[in-house]
Design a protein around this ligand. Structure first.
Ligand code: GLV
Ligand code: GLV
Length: 317
């Protein structure tokens, strides 16, 4: 077995491997593979396809002396010790682009759901508390002319900005690089972090998680957010200090929060769940047929290329 896959993937992954006559095995239960079993299964593999639910640390990497590539089935790769992989001459790839539009769609779904209080509205109906139309029932925020802040204007941040622009918002962004394409498409303005935090009516987080971005939105920065703004996170939970966010919510400093990701997934801080203005989703950003097929195809194509001594399509370094 040349390739080990830590979970069953969309059919296209297996089809491509078979067409290329590459032997593979995978963990058949639809849950994270127990670490002990993972360490056992990968011993002789030349390629590993991993999910964000597995920690690919030194111990795992040391267990695969013949490994040439770790292909992560995700755009984020904070689950992999990439410095150690590099040291061991193992290529690491991710799945950018193919999930950009789906993740941006989900981000806008959270924005609209928070702005128009969809989850509170649905709960009212399903608990049979709707007594008819009222002038002041569940008033939300109209998007037109609001300031839409993008923290991290990469692929997904830019795709969200394009969508937000079509709702008539004014886009501001923070990124280490100027994004001239985005500025041209959406009249977005690059601003300082202080400006972004203090002026965004909606702030959407799109930074990758790494040692520099862990708890990037800490107590001080969260407290700079505009009163009655909306905060959306569809990247990684660890970017936001959840304890500080809970304090912000307790102090009624924010209109709504939409979260697709959490600090200790799948264990969600129960404090967060008690706020009616916090809308939570179970990490669904890339959860469309299109994106998941694209991710499976790209992960496997990276593996096939590397096993055939060709360059990887989407290496992370
Ligand atoms: C999902 O969270 C991903 O990184 O692809
Ligand atoms: C609302 O339903 C309206 O007709 O204005």
């Amino acid at each position: 077995m040349k390739v080990f896959i830590t979970r069953e993937l969309p059919e296209i992954a297996f089809r491509l491997l078979k067409e290329n006559k590459i032997s593979f095995g995978y963990y058949k239960k639809d849950q994270p593979i127990p670490r002990k079993l993972l360490l056992e299964k990968i011993k002789n593999c030349e390629a590993l396809i991993s999910l964000l639910t597995e920690k690919i640390d030194k111990k795992v990497i040391d267990q695969m002396p013949g490994c040439k590539i770790i292909a992560n089935y995700a755009v984020g790769y904070n689950n992999i010790d990439i410095n150690y992989a590099k040291k061991k001459n193992i290529i690491v790839t991710n799945t950018p682009d193919v999930l950009t539009e789906s993740t941006a769609d989900l981000t806008m779904a959270l924005v609209l759901a928070c702005a128009r209080r969809l989850s509170e509205g649905e709960k009212l109906l399903k608990t049979k508390k709707f007594k008819g139309w009222k002038p002041k029932l569940l008033l939300g925020m109209e998007l037109k002319n609001k300031t839409f802040g993008i923290l991290g204007a990469g692929r997904i941040g830019s795709a969200v900005a394009r969508r937000a622009k079509s709702f008539g918002t004014n886009i501001i962004y923070v990124d280490s690089n100027r994004n001239q394409k985005l500025e041209k498409e959406t009249a977005a303005k690059k601003v300082s972090l202080n400006n972004l935090l203090e002026n965004s009516d909606i702030l959407s987080v799109h930074l990758p998680l790494n040692s520099q971005t862990h708890h990037y939105l800490n107590h001080n920065r969260l407290n700079q957010l505009k009163r009655n703004s909306i905060l959306i996170n569809t990247t990684r939970g660890e970017i936001i200090d959840e304890k500080a966010l809970i304090r912000l919510l307790e102090n009624n400093r924010i209109m709504a929060v939409g979260l697709d990701v959490f600090e200790n997934e799948p264990n969600i801080n129960s404090e967060l769940l008690k706020f009616q203005n916090v809308l939570v989703l179970p990490h669904l950003g890339s959860a469309t047929k299109e994106a998941r097929d694209g991710m499976a195809e790209l992960a496997v194509k990276n593996v096939i290329n590397v096993l055939k001594n060709k360059p990887a399509l989407t290496p992370v370094f």
